[in-house]
Design a protein around this ligand. Sequence first.
Ligand code: BGP
Length: 477
Amino acid sequence: MHYTHDPIFPKKFMWGASSSAWQVEGAVNEDGRSDAIIDLNSKKKKPYTDNSIAADHYHRYKEDVKLMAEAGFSSYRFSIAWPRIFPNDSGIPNQKGIDFYNNLINELIKHNIEPLVTLYHYDMPVWVDEKFNGWYDRGIIEKFDEFVRTCFKAFGDRVKYWHSINEQNMQICYGEWLGICKNKDTWFEDKWKVNHIMNMCHAKAVVACHELVEDGKIGPIPGYVPIYPYSSHPDDQIAAMNAEELTEKVWNDLYAFRKYNGFIQSYWRENNINPGIQDGDMELIAQANIDFFALNCYRSNTAKACGIDEEPQEYLLNKSGVKGNLIFPKVPGLYQLTHNPYVEYTDWDWEIDPVSMRYMLRYVWDHYQLPMMITENGLGKYDKVTDDGKVHDQDRIEFLKDQIYQVGLAIMDGCDVISYNPWSFTDILSTGNGMAKRYGLVYINTTDEEVLDLRRIPKDSYYWYANLIKSNGENWG
Ligand code: BGP
C-alpha cells in the first residue's frame, strides 16, 4: 500500500541495538571462562585481530549501558557465552560467569532496558567440541539442555525474551565459513544430521523456557536474506522458491509448524540422505511451540534458473572488503544466485536493499502469523575518527533511516513487529574481518594492528538514532 504520511510505530515498540558475547566481551580467559571454538578460529583470520579483547565490554558494560540509556534504548539484544557458564564438563556452573550476566541484566533493568537474550551465538566451548565432535554427536543435546536450563533458572526471573540459536540456517548453509563443518567431503549429507541435532537443541530450549520462565517467550533467529526472482521467466520464479527453501524456509517451517516440510523430505529422498531422525525426536519438536520470530536481515539475494548440467559453484563470500570479490553459488537443477542490477552494494558486496526489510516482514508474517523482532540489521563499513575527534558516518545514517522506514511501512501493512535492534551497539569484531568492518553506533578506539585505549566515541549515527527513538520513530532528522 502507498501511505501519505510517515509510518507510525506502536506505543510499546522496543528500540535498541545488538551484540554477541564472543564479538563484544573480550576477557576470554578471565573469571573461569574456558576457550570457545570461535576464539581459536578468530586467531586464524589474519591480518585481523582475534577476540581476546574485542570491545572489552566485559569490563566496560556499565559505561556501555549508560550510553544505551542516554540514547533512550528500551531493549538490548546480547548473547550468553556457554564457556563462561560451563567452562568444563563438571556439570557445575561457573558462578563468576553467572555473576557477570546478572550484573549486566541488573544494570539494563535499572535503566529500563529490556534484555533480549540469545542462548547460542557461535561460542561452543572447546570441551563440548572435543567430546561431541561439535554438533555431530547427539550427546550435545543433553549438554545444551543443561546449559539453557541453567540460564533460565539463573536469569529467567528478569529475562522474559529469549532466543534459541543464532542463524542455524547460515551455520548449515555456510558450515565451513562458520566453522561447524568437520569434513568437507561428506558435508552434503552430514549437514542434515547436524541440522537435526541443532533442531533438537532448539526444541529443548523452547520447551525448557516455557517450563522454567514465568511469562517467558522464546523464538529462533534465522539469518534472513529475502530472495527475488531475477526475471519474470517462470523458471526463475521456481529457482527463487528453491533458493528460499534451501536457505530459509526449511528452517522456518520447522520452527513454526514443528515438522519437516514436504520440500525437504522430497530433497532427502531424491538425494538418498538420511537426516538421522530417531524415535521420539519429532514428538519433542512438536512440543516446541515458539512465541515469535527474531530476524537478522542485512541484504537480499536474487536467483535464477540453473540447468542440471551446469558446474556447481560454492558461495564464496567477499573476505577482503574490496568490491567485486564475491562469487555467487550455483546449485545445478535448483538455482543460482546472481547480481541484482537494481541495488547498490557494500564494499563486501552485500546488497543495500531497504525494501527487502519490508518484503521479509510481510513474507514471514504472511507465512507464520507470529510476532517478529529485528535482532540484526546494519551497515558494515570502514569508519575513522576525523580531526574533530568525531566519526561522521552519514552513509550509516542513510542506511538505517531507509531500513527503519521500511520496518515502519511493514507495520502499517499489518505486520506485528515488536522491536528493532540493529547490529551493533558498539563496534565489535566482525565474523571474518576483525575490527576493520565496523557496524557500531559507537566507535571503539582500537584497530586490528594495535590495541588502543578502547575509548567509546558515539558516532553521528548514534545521535541520529537517539533522536529517532526518543520520538518513537517520528523524528527522522
Ligand atoms: C550475522 C551474525 C553476526 C554478525 C553479522 C555481520 O550473520 O549473526 O554475528 O557478525 O552477521 O557479519 P560480518 O561480521 O561477517 O560482517
